[in-house]
Ligand binder design. Sequence first.
Ligand code: NAP
Length: 262
Amino acid sequence: MNQLALVTGASRGIGRGIALELAKIGSDVVINYSSNETAANQTVELCLKEAAKNGKQINVEKFQADISVSQQRQNLVQFIKNRFGKIDLLVNNAGVAPLKRADILEASEESFDRLININAKGPYFLTQLISNWMIEFVANNKQFNPKIVFITSVSAYAVSLNRGDYCISKAALSMAAKLFAVRLAQFGISVYEVRPGIIDTDMTKPAKERYDQLINNGLTPIRQWGTPEHIGKAVAAIALGFFPYTTGDVINVDGGFHLRVL
Ligand code: NAP
């Protein structure tokens, strides 16, 4: 029986990259998205193609749910229960940047609430919901080893003064990964934080020229943009169980951005 992975925010960008790498290794995937149904349909098609190319037969479903809304999180989990009856991997990827970057001396409370709700509170309570289901499932299936991944960011620790709300939401999510890692270890559920650097997606488009310059000037020791595929491969390695006897680890996929250089 195939593994089943839920990837939130998988209609575009990094989430799509993760879904494609999971499809390649033969995992069934639920593609969650917020509003872009056309993009979600494309991800479904691409996943089926990638799986077929790799000789795998998989099921891929899409499901619309705004992860910042409690009822919609419940609907998403209920859909997976009805359709698949289990979940092996939750990837908390969905996230947003501020609508308008603003200095922390001026940024609005409204933007702060939006970022915290979508980037931190949503995944925190989705993980709570799914963890409780995983715990039940593990009690009846001892060999079952589910996993949870949080896609955070280098912004969990790097200061960007014009998007403090984003930084705080990602720092909070990083702590959520630690909290769930400790709480769930006794049930055989492993939790990982994957920390992307500068990745080429819609989110980074508005700052493309600035990042081009920074990367060329050596901001990342590997002088290249990251891609959704890079993040997808790290998540696929986790899904394949290539990190036994680990939990709570941070996997930096950032071209070496996190290294301090003297
Ligand atoms: P993106 O290209 O803007 O894609 C965002 C995805 O999240 C879309 O699939 C979107 O769905 C979905 N989404 C947004 N709000 C949602 C909500 N409330 N409920 C459910 N889904 C929602 O962004 P990305 O660059 O791939 O970023 C993905 C994750 O990686 C985010 O958590 C981001 O913070 C993190 N990250 C990105 C970078 C980077 O350089 N790009 C670096 C570090 C971390 P729709 O298509 O329906 O709008």
